[in-house]
Design a binder for this molecule. Structure first.
Ligand code: MSP
Length: 511
């Protein structure tokens, strides 16, 4: 069995989870579930990024220890995973011993190889915010914004990683591995970034200013700073699991591609004698009225509210159906409701209820055997459509085009509903025409089988819905997904439930 190691970014614990975090987890989960269904041995990692100035400050503001603060927020992210039915195999926290040990080992290894050196760091420092500022933090007129208070230029000793020495190697690596980054146009952006010379990377902060970090093994007066700690999580989680490194995919947002994931990470690994990950999957942002959703902008949506209101599967469906992986999407409640009502409630929900209801009314609640000789063009057309639908669905998922895969599936469900309208079982049941007696069971069997297949395709995105539909159809799924996707007569004789409400009408919005 092929192993497939997949990760998400690890979330900062200085704020509660929002829709952007939820999306990344759902996207990665859909990939993980899809790969498992395709027969891979998946290892799926997510977690939290817990060190740094902001956590130290937030904890201090609340008068608690940073570890307690990190424990609380990390637990929120973990709870989010449960609530969203994320099938992660591990959850790593950067404050865990297993992680700190690997970070320190890696730093020591690089230090011993001469890849890390000590030098003076020069920068503009805000005492009020307790942080170094960057040129981009300045006002357009060159002054520093009010929130930073007094800003002074300071010099302090720090440790640097020799990034510059690996610039040519990285350019060469990216040129040789054209599909390292998905979508591909992002790889070009990285190469463009690499046309300017890289600076060596400052990887430390003195402990007297930042306590909440991992001490450098070769100088305990300093802690590692940001990326040397965070990125290593992908490796530290599997260091004791042979065969998993290098990761197959790191799923990340576009804000942390350049330079951390596309430049620092491959170089850090290469310098340490480890292979870089196989690929990066870079998604866009959820925005609100065009602005990136984030805690600091104050426009962050709480994903749990939507889950409570519409159910976890409708939430997952919307995120994956709406977002073209790589591009940004604006979140509006109106758009959510449009998809919920038209695609889930009216198309899928209706189909499920009609199928169960008609099987109950016209076949005593047991899926009848189709009569082959009664099959005509409409049944054959539906079977043909299934063939192209499921082949294309799989190809599209393999290329991360989940929004299009789901669109194809919706077309198939619409066609099943169309088939029901056309064949009108309620008329066939009353008809005295000679063919009607054989056509009725054939039509009922066709609609149930088509629904079973459509539900099977939905599984990576809406696992609970698939299970509910299978249970309502009295169907125990095949062990292998591929077998489950074959049109056949698996349902013949299955006892169905009389009805199933999957997508209740939402309450009218409170003003
Ligand atoms: N801790 C770092 C990542 C370290 S990975 C070794 C970090 N954390 S974060 O909490 O700010 O973001 C975590 C992930 O959520 C990132 O991939 C980021 O792109 C993603 N998102 C945060 N806001 C987002 C949106 N509004 N929309 C979609 N995803 C975005 O960065």
């Amino acid at each position: 069995m092929k192993s497939f190691y997949l990760t998400t970014a690890i979330d900062y614990v200085n704020g509660s989870p929002h829709l952007g975090h939820a999306y990344e987890k759902v996207l990665a989960d859909v990939i993980a579930r899809f790969r498992r269904l395709m027969g891979d041995q998946v290892f799926f990692l997510t977690g939290t990024d817990e060190h740094g100035q902001k956590v130290q400050q937030s904890a201090r503001a609340r008068g608690i220890a940073p570890q307690q603060f990190a424990d609380e927020v990390s637990a929120e992210f973990r709870a989010l995973c449960t609530k969203l039915h994320i099938s992660n195999d591990d959850f790593i926290r950067t404050t865990e011993e297993r992680h700190k040990r690997v970070v320190r080992d890696l730093l020591q290894r690089l230090f011993d190889k001469g890849e890390i050196y000590r030098a003076e760091y020069r920068g503009f420092y805000s005492t009020r915010q307790e942080q170094f500022l960057q040129e981009k933090d300045r006002n357009p007129d060159g002054s520093w914004p009010e929130i930073f208070g007094e800003v002074t230029e300071i010099l302090e000793p720090n440790y640097f990683f020799k990034l510059r020495g690996y610039q040519d190697w990285l350019v060469d690596f990216l040129k040789k591995n054209e599909s390292f980054i998905f979508p591909r146009y992002r790889q070009k952006q990285v190469l463009e970034f690499l046309t300017e010379p890289l600076n060596d990377l400052c990887i430390s902060r003195p402990r007297e200013r930042l306590e909440w970090g991992i001490p450098l093994p070769f100088d305990e007066n300093f802690v590692t700073y940001v990326w040397f700690d965070a990125l290593v999580n992908y490796y530290s989680a599997v260091v004791d699991k042979p065969g998993l490194w290098p990761a197959d995919f790191h799923v990340i947002g576009k804000d942390i591609l350049v330079p951390p994931h596309a430049v620092y990470w491959p170089i850090m690994l290469h310098a340490a004698g480890l292979p870089p990950p196989r690929a990066l999957l870079v998604h866009g942002w959820w925005t609100q009225r065009g602005a990136k959703m984030s805690k600091s902008t104050g426009n962050a949506l709480n994903p749990l509210d939507l889950v409570t209101e519409f159910g976890v599967d409708a939430f997952r469906y919307f995120l994956v159906r709406e977002m073209n992986v790589g591009q940004d999407s604006d979140f509006t409640r109106e758009q959510f409701l449009v998809r919920y009502n038209s695609e889930l409630a009216n198309n899928l929900g209706n189909l499920v209820n009609r199928t169960l209801n008609m099987t109950t009314r016209f076949a005593g609640g047991v899926v009848p055997a189709p009569v082959d000789s009664a099959e005509e063009e409409p049944e054959r057309a539906l079977k043909e459509l299934w063939k192209t639908t499921h082949t294309e669905f799989i190809q599209l998922c393999e290329g991360f085009q989940f929004h299009l895969a789901l669109e194809r599936l919706m077309v198939f469900l619409t066609a099943i509903n169309g088939h029901i309208e056309l064949r009108a079982p309620w008329k066939l049941a009353k008809s005295t025409e000679p063919g009607a007696a054989a056509l009725l069971p054939t039509v009922l069997a066709t609609m149930a089988e088509a629904l079973r297949l459509g539900a099977a395709l939905l599984q990576p995105v809406m696992p609970s819905t698939t299970e509910k539909i299978q249970a309502a159809l009295g169907h125990a799924p095949a062990a292998a997904w591929r077998d489950e996707l074959e049109w056949g007569t698996r349902l013949t004789g299955a006892k169905v439930s009389p009805g199933l409400v999957l997508f209740p009408r939402p309450e009218p919005e409170k003003k």
